[in-house]
Design a binder for this molecule. Sequence first.
Ligand SMILES: Cc1cc2nc3c(=O)[nH]c(=O)nc-3n(C[C@H](O)[C@H](O)[C@H](O)COP(=O)(O)O)c2cc1C
Length: 219
Amino acid sequence: MTEFAESAESNLEPRLPVYDAIRRRRDVRAEFTGKPIAENVLERILGAGHSAPSVGNTQPWDFVVVRDPATLHSFADHVADARLRFAQSLPEERKKTFDAIKIEGIRESGMGVVVTYDRGRGGQHILGRHTIDDTGLFSVVLAIQNLWLAAVAENVGIGWVSFYDESYLTELLKIPEPVRPIAWLCVGDVAEFQQVPDLERFGWRGRRPLADAIHFEKF
Ligand SMILES: Cc1cc2nc3c(=O)[nH]c(=O)nc-3n(C[C@H](O)[C@H](O)[C@H](O)COP(=O)(O)O)c2cc1C
């Protein structure tokens, strides 16, 4: 905890060098304590998300904060079904590995933040999106990464859940057309950050070497 200059309850932003935040960041599933996080901490994290770059400066994201236990339970049940469907689609060996992996901490975190994408924001003439429509979506994902790293600095865990049907989540949260939910993020206080990603620890897939990802001049 020595890296954190300020406690989570402080009104001051904690300072954590960016490379340390990048290294420490994990997708959190099992380490949520259930302790509520302070409102000013949540606001700072969402503020970091809201500071992201976006195509044509459209800021096409919104953040839906979900704390109602009934909604958390409904969503967790839906995700459990989606998990089962995925497990049933796997060959036996893969299924065995997958069975040990926790894929969400929806109830344990006590809070979900659903990040949405409004393709309609900014009107028809979006500077920079006329050539690549996906840039709107990319902008939302940058907001997610910003808030994910800020959360690390606040000692708050984030767990991205994508095991759901988009239409289900749209209905559950009454998200209006044409807005799309892009991610359900479990957000909460954590006991610790794992040093090795869960999918690596449980033998699903590790990180490939950086050298394999870098290309010079041509792909
Ligand atoms: C778009 C996206 C969707 C993801 N969906 C899930 C998910 O449904 N459940 C889960 O446990 N992790 C999910 N993750 C987390 C990844 O499994 C995790 O980022 C990856 O294994 C690397 O681990 P790390 O984030 O701890 O470095 C998702 C991550 C991304 C970027």
